[in-house]
Design a protein around this ligand. Structure first.
Ligand code: SF4
Length: 264
C-alpha cells in the first residue's frame, strides 16, 4: 500500500478495502436463516443456491456503508451485553447462542437469554437510526417473527422453554445510546405459521423446485417495494420464471452439500 494513496483519500481506500473483503463471498447459504424468516419464499430459495455476488445486483446494504453499519451494530450489541452481564442477568453460556435445527434446516443466532430469578427471557438487541427509533412503537414485524422462531427452536434444540421476549432497540445515532424496550409473549399461532412456512420451503427445496412469484410481489416493476431491493430480481433469476432449481447455476451442488452436512 502506497502512503500517497492514504494521504489522498483515506476514506475511499478503506471503503475499497471493505468491498474487496467480501468480493469472493456469495449469497449462498445452506439453511433457512431466522433473520430472513419473513422474506419472500422465492427469494429464500434463491438464497439457498450458489450465486456469486459479482454476477448479480447486490442487496441495498451490500455497500461499504452497509458493512460499516453492521460492524457498528455489532459493537453496540457487545456494549449492551457487557452491561447486562455485569448486572448478572446475562450469563456467559447464554450469550450469542447459535441455534441449528436439521429437521427444518433452520439456523439462527440469538443475542442471548436473560435469567431473572426463575424466569428466562429471550434477548434481542436491535440497532436502528434516530428517525426509525423516534417513531418506533412496537417491535418491527421481521424482528417479532425472528424472536418467535428463536423461542420455538431454543425449546426444540436446547430444551430451553421461554415464554417472554425482550426486544431492546438502541438508537445508533445518539451519544447516549438511547434504548426502547418492548416485552412480547411467545405466540404458538405465530410459531405454527413459521414452522409451516419452513416445512413448505423444505419441500420445495427437496423437490428442487423454485417457489412461484407470491401474490402481491411484482419483480417486473422496479419500484415495487418487496422486490425493489431484492438481489434476485434479475433476468437470470426471478424474471427468468424458471421453475426447477437445477436450471440455475450451482443449485445441485448446494443441495448435495446441505444434505451431506445435516445427516452428521
Ligand atoms: S424479485 Fe420479488 S418475487 Fe422475485 S425473489 Fe425477489 S422478492 Fe421474491
Amino acid at each position: 500500500m502506497k502512503l500517497d494513496l492514504f494521504k489522498k483519500n483515506i476514506s475511499k481506500v478503506i471503503d475499497e478495502y471493505i468491498l474487496n473483503q467480501r468480493r469472493d463471498q456469495s449469497l449462498h447459504q445452506s439453511r433457512f436463516r431466522a433473520s430472513g424468516i419473513t422474506d419472500c419464499p422465492r427469494a429464500i430459495l434463491f438464497s439457498m443456491m450458489s450465486l456469486p455476488t459479482d454476477k448479480y445486483p447486490r442487496a441495498k446494504n451490500d455497500t461499504a456503508k452497509g458493512y460499516k453499519l453492521m460492524r457498528q451494530g455489532t459493537a453496540i450489541h457487545e456494549i449492551v451485553q457487557e452491561y447486562l452481564e455485569g448486572m448478572g442477568v446475562l450469563k456467559e453460556e447464554d450469550k450469542e447462542k447459535v441455534i441449528k435445527d436439521d429437521e427444518y434446516l433452520f439456523v439462527g443466532h440469538c443475542d442471548g437469554v436473560l435469567t431473572f430469578d426463575e424466569k428466562r427471557v429471550l434477548l434481542e438487541i436491535k440497532t436502528i437510526n434516530s428517525n426509525a427509533f423516534k417513531t418506533l412503537t412496537q417491535p418491527k414485524e421481521e424482528h417479532f417473527y425472528q424472536g418467535q422462531a428463536y423461542c420455538y427452536f431454543l425449546d426444540k434444540v436446547f430444551n430451553d422453554h421461554i415464554e417472554d421476549i425482550l426486544f431492546l432497540y438502541v438508537d445508533r445515532n445518539t451519544d447516549n445510546l438511547d434504548m426502547k424496550a418492548f416485552w412480547v409473549q411467545r405466540d404458538e399461532n405465530v410459531i405454527g405459521m413459521i414452522t409451516n412456512k419452513l416445512k413448505v420451503l423444505k419441500e420445495y427445496f427437496t423437490k428442487e423446485e423454485v417457489y412461484s412469484i407470491p401474490p402481491g410481489f411484482s419483480p417486473e416493476i422496479a419500484t415495487f417495494n418487496p422486490c425493489n431491493w431484492c438481489p434476485f430480481r434479475t433476468e437470470q433469476l426471478c424474471l427468468s420464471k424458471k421453475t426447477k432449481m437445477s436450471d440455475f447455476p450451482g443449485a445441485n451442488i448446494i443441495k448435495k452439500w446441505v444434505f451431506t452436512n445435516t445427516t452428521n
